[in-house]
Ligand binder design. Structure first.
Ligand code: ZN
Length: 393
């Protein structure tokens, strides 16, 4: 059995949207409340309460003497409890020096989620091709069909959450499913060379172009830059007015522009996500024996100022995650090739290493065996066949 995460956009009705928003708000409240209470306990010299103990204390001791907070009982209890667990996890990471002291969850940063969990062995979270049935919400429709598995004999939806991002709602859920049989994977292995010029070149010669060079994307980016400039102008004006009028100053236009910026970001993100999903679907269609990509040192590339912007915009990291998730679902092995492997310099036919290969040489010409191949295809072939890799999952 393996656990796989699925993410899909949903299309809630007006009432459902209202309920989801309320639950998100409550989970934010519960998360912050957990941090606040434990901070106070720490100051008063009491021990730290973990999520389980906290939840018991909250229901049995806190609520009976604080009837003003009883409204929380109107919400799905598991959702509140999960917020405690999240806060607890964040605190424990802090204790182990793995992260900073957790911050408050804020409305402005779109934090908080509606959570749901499968209760006990018998309950089934029902899911059909185009909708899913969730506690307190009922049937919620998907924006795209057929994304989640609906075969309940083999798949079990364990838990999930809904988050909001610039007015859109996304459902992430954790599904338990059986490992697929590897005998089915008879397709040729695939090597992928990711790059800045083209998004990806496959060893069979398929090229996935860099969408950032598309007119549509360029136009959105241009509009985004302009809107961001407008936003910063409005923000300066707003701050000046706040000095004069005090706390009562508001700026509706500023909020409108903020929203516009978020929308544009979201559009760029959606274009990229759709494109990457398409590529992943194409790659796994032949049921390849394995898929091989470079274990890109994205952080290192981002430190290089000139490459940083281009690499950031390509979203390699997201692509890698999508590819690995999909392959894991199908049981396709993913090879992550060591990034120090000189995949572009080696001749795929004879193994000769061309030490002084310059970036401008788009065609690989081997001085040893006379092999002439497109530079990126040669690299993709090496990525496909090298033994110097680790498995992605
Ligand atoms: Zn050669």
């Amino acid at each position: 059995m393996t656990l796989i995460t699925y993410k899909i956009e949903i299309k809630p009705t007006k009432e459902q949207t209202y309920l989801i928003d309320r639950h998100i708000g409550v989970s934010r409240w519960a998360y912050n409340f957990f941090l606040e209470m434990n901070q106070q306990r720490y100051q008063d010299g009491y021990w730290y309460m973990g999520a389980y103990e906290f939840s018991k204390w909250f229901n049995n001791e806190y609520l009976p003497i604080n009837p003003d907070d009883l409204w929380i009982k109107d919400y799905y209890a598991k959702s509140t409890k999960q917020a405690f667990i999240d806060a607890d996890t964040a605190m424990k990471r802090f204790f182990k020096h793995q992260s900073e002291y957790p911050k408050w969850r804020s409305y402005k940063r779109h934090q908080g989620s509606y959570y749901f969990v499968k209760n006990g062995a018998k309950q089934v979270i029902a899911c059909e091709r185009h909708r899913i049935k969730l506690p307190k919400l009922g049937w919620v429709r998907f924006k795209e069909d057929g994304y989640l598995p609906t075969d309940f004999e083999h798949y079990v939806i364990k838990s999930g959450r809904i988050k909001e991002q610039s007015g859109r709602y996304y459902l992430t859920c954790l599904v338990e499913q059986p490992e697929q049989l590897h005998e089915l994977l008879l397709g040729d292995p695939i090597g992928i060379d990711l790059g800045v010029k083209e998004f990806a070149v496959i060893d069979d010669g398929t090229i996935y172009r860099n969408r950032n060079k598309d007119r549509q994307v360029k136009r959105i980016r241009k509009r985004l830059r302009r809107t961001q400039r407008k936003l910063s102008r409005q923000y300066i004006a707003y701050k000046a007015r706040k000095m004069k009028e005090g706390r009562s100053a508001t700026d509706l236009n500023l909020a409108k522009t903020e929203r516009k910026v978020q929308r544009l970001y979201q559009r760029l993100h959606n274009i990229q996500a759709d494109y990457q999903n398409q590529i992943v679907a194409n790659l796994v269609r032949t049921k390849p024996n394995w898929v091989s990509i470079e274990d890109l040192n994205v952080k290192g590339m981002i430190k290089n100022r000139h490459l940083a912007k281009a690499v950031n915009q390509q979203g390699f990291y997201n692509f890698r995650t999508k590819l690995i998730n999909k392959c894991q679902q199908l049981g396709i092995a993913v090879h992550l090739v060591n990034r120090f492997e000189p995949t572009s310099k080696i001749c795929h036919q004879c193994g000769y290493k061309k030490v002084n290969l310059s970036l401008s040489e788009r065609i690989y010409r081997c001085p040893n065996c006379g092999n002439v191949t497109d530079r990126d295809i040669n690299a993709a072939l090496n990525i496909r066949d090298t033994d110097n890799f680790v498995l992605a999952y």
